[in-house]
Design a protein around this ligand. Structure first.
Ligand SMILES: *Cc1c(COP(=O)(O)O)cnc(C)c1O
Length: 417
C-alpha cells in the first residue's frame, strides 16, 4: 500500500525495539511495535516514514484529533504561564472551569461537585471512596466482563485475569461480581438481565455502590440490552445504593452522546471520566451529586498532580472543540458508515457498538489475533478486546477524514474475509 514505505515494523522501529528491551519493563506491552514520530489527522507516522491509519485513538483518547490544533495552542499558552502549583496548595481558575463544564455536561440537572485526578483508575477509586464515605457502607458491586483499571482496588473490580490480574493479588476486599447484560450470549431482555444481576446481591444494605460501564470497554464492547441500565438505576435508588457510571472509555462524544448514559436517560449518582476528556493530556474526574461528593471531609480527596493546570487547559480546549465541531454528530456519522459494513461481514458472531465505539466479535482469540495482525501489516491500527480476546474494536478519532475511515474499513474487511 502506498502509505507504507517499509515492512511493519520497519528497520528504525526494530532498532528502537532492541533498545526498549534493554530498558523498559517487559510487563509493559505494545499492540503494534512501531515507534511514532508524529501524527496527522487520522494517521500515525512512524520513524520509518510509514503512515498508519489510526482506528484506536490511543484507546479512545484522541477523539478531538492528534494533534488537535486548539488543544496544542492551549497547552503552549498554559505551559508558558505556569505548569504546576498543586491545587491543594494554591488553586487556579482552570480547575474550577473544568468542574463547572463537567457539571453542565454530565447527566442530570441536579447540583454537582467534581474532583480532578490523573487516570481512569484513580477516578474509579475516588468514586468508590466517595460512595463509601457518603453511605457508610463497604460493599462495591461490579459486573462480569468489567474493566475498571489496574490499581489494587480497581484490579479487584476488573474481571479479566490474564494479563491484568494474574499474579498481582491479593486484591481489595468487599468487591462483589454479578452477571451483567450480554445480549449475544445470554439472550435476556434488559429487565431480565437486571433482575438476574440484583438477585445475586446478597446484602444490599451493606452495598455502597454499583459500578457499571454503560457500554463495556476492555470486556468486549458489550452493549447491554435496552432497559438494563434504567432497571439497575431504579434498584439502586430504592435500596440506598449509589450508581457509579464508569464513563472513562464511553464519555466525551465517543458514543454519539456526551455520555453513554444519556441514550436511555440514566442519571448516575457519580460519573468517573478520563480518556477522551483532554485531547491526550492526562486528566480524570469524578463528578456527582453535590450532597454525595460533599459528604467527604475537607482534605479527604486530592493528589499532587490531580487537575494539573496544563491538563485543565487542554480539557477546556478539547471540550470547546467537541462542541464546535459537533463531535456527537461525527460519532453518529461514523456509526452510520461503519456499522452496516461490519454487519455485512461473513463469519462474524456479532457486529455491535454505538457511535465511534464499534466492534466485531469473532469465533476465537486466535481468529481475532490473525485479523488484527493482518490489519497491522497493512498499516491499520486496530485493537482487540473481550474477556476471551475474540473481539476487534474500532475507536477512530471522531475527526477522522471519511476517506481514511473507508480505507481502514476496506483493510479490516479484507482481513476478515
Ligand atoms: C481505561 C479504562 C479505565 C482505566 O483508565 P486508566 O486511565 O488506564 O487508569 C477504567 N475504566 C474504563 C471503562 C476504562 O476503559
Amino acid at each position: 500500500m502506498a502509505r507504507l514505505r517499509t515492512e511493519i515494523p520497519g528497520p528504525r522501529s526494530r532498532e528502537l525495539t532492541g533498545r526498549r528491551e534493554g530498558a523498559v519493563a517487559a510487563g509493559v506491552g505494545s499492540v503494534l511495535p512501531v515507534f511514532v514520530d508524529h501524527a496527522e489527522p487520522g494517521l500515525l507516522v512512524d520513524v520509518d516514514g510509514n503512515r498508519l491509519i489510526d482506528l484506536g485513538s490511543g484507546i479512545a483518547v484522541t477523539g478531538v484529533g492528534n494533534p488537535a490544533p486548539r488543544v496544542a495552542r492551549a497547552v503552549h499558552e498554559q505551559v508558558d504561564r505556569f505548569s504546576h502549583t498543586c491545587f491543594m496548595v494554591t488553586p487556579y481558575e482552570g480547575y474550577v472551569d473544568v468542574c463547572e463544564r463537567l457539571a453542565e455536561l454530565t447527566p442530570g440537572g441536579h447540583a454537582k461537585r467534581s474532583v480532578l485526578l490523573n487516570s481512569g483508575a484513580e477516578a474509579v477509586e475516588n468514586a468508590v471512596k466517595i460512595a463509601r464515605h457518603a453511605t457508610g457502607r463497604p460493599g462495591v458491586v461490579v459486573l462480569d466482563h468489567a474493566y475498571h483499571g489496574r490499581t489494587n482496588l480497581t484490579l479487584a473490580m476488573t474481571a479479566k485475569d490474564v494479563p491484568y490480574k494474574h499474579g498481582f493479588g491479593p486484591f481489595a476486599p468487599e468487591v462483589h461480581r454479578v452477571p451483567g447484560s450480554y445480549p449475544l450470549h445470554d439472550g435476556l431482555t434488559g429487565e431480565e438481565a437486571a433482575r438476574r444481576a440484583v438477585a445475586a446481591i446478597d446484602r444490599p444494605d451493606e452495598v455502597a455502590c454499583v459500578v457499571v460501564e454503560p457500554i463495556q470497554g476492555e470486556g468486549g464492547f458489550v452493549v447491554p440490552a435496552p432497559g438494563f441500565l434504567p432497571a439497575l438505576a431504579d434498584w439502586c435508588r430504592s435500596h440506598g445504593v449509589l450508581l457509579v457510571a464508569d464513563e472513562v472509555q464511553t464519555g466525551f462524544c465517543r458514543t454519539g452522546d456526551w455520555f453513554a448514559c444519556d441514550r436511555e436517560g440514566v442519571v448516575p449518582d457519580l460519573v468517573a471520566m478520563a480518556k477522551g476528556i483532554a485531547g491526550g493530556l492526562p486528566l480524570a474526574a469524578v463528578t456527582g451529586r453535590a450532597d454525595v461528593v460533599d459528604a467527604v471531609h475537607a482534605g479527604g480527596l486530592g493528589g499532587t498532580y490531580g487537575g494539573n493546570p496544563i491538563a485543565c487547559a487542554a480539557a477546556l480546549a478539547a471540550l470547546d472543540t467537541m462542541r464546535e465541531l459537533d463531535l456527537n454528530a461525527a460519532a453518529r456519522r461514523i456509526e452510520a458508515t461503519a456499522l452496516p459494513r461490519l454487519r455485512a461481514l461473513p463469519d462474524v458472531a456479532q457486529a455491535r457498538g454505538r457511535g465511534a465505539m464499534l466492534a466485531v466479535e469473532l469465533a476465537s482469540a486466535e481468529v481475532a489475533g490473525r485479523v488484527a495482525a493482518a490489519c497491522h501489516a497493512a498499516g491499520v491500527v486496530v485493537l482487540t478486546c473481550g474477556t476471551r480476546g475474540n473481539v476487534i474494536r474500532l475507536l477512530p478519532p471522531l475527526v477522522i477524514p471519511d476517506e481514511l475511515l473507508a480505507e481502514g474499513l476496506d483493510v479490516l474487511e479484507g482481513a476478515i474475509r
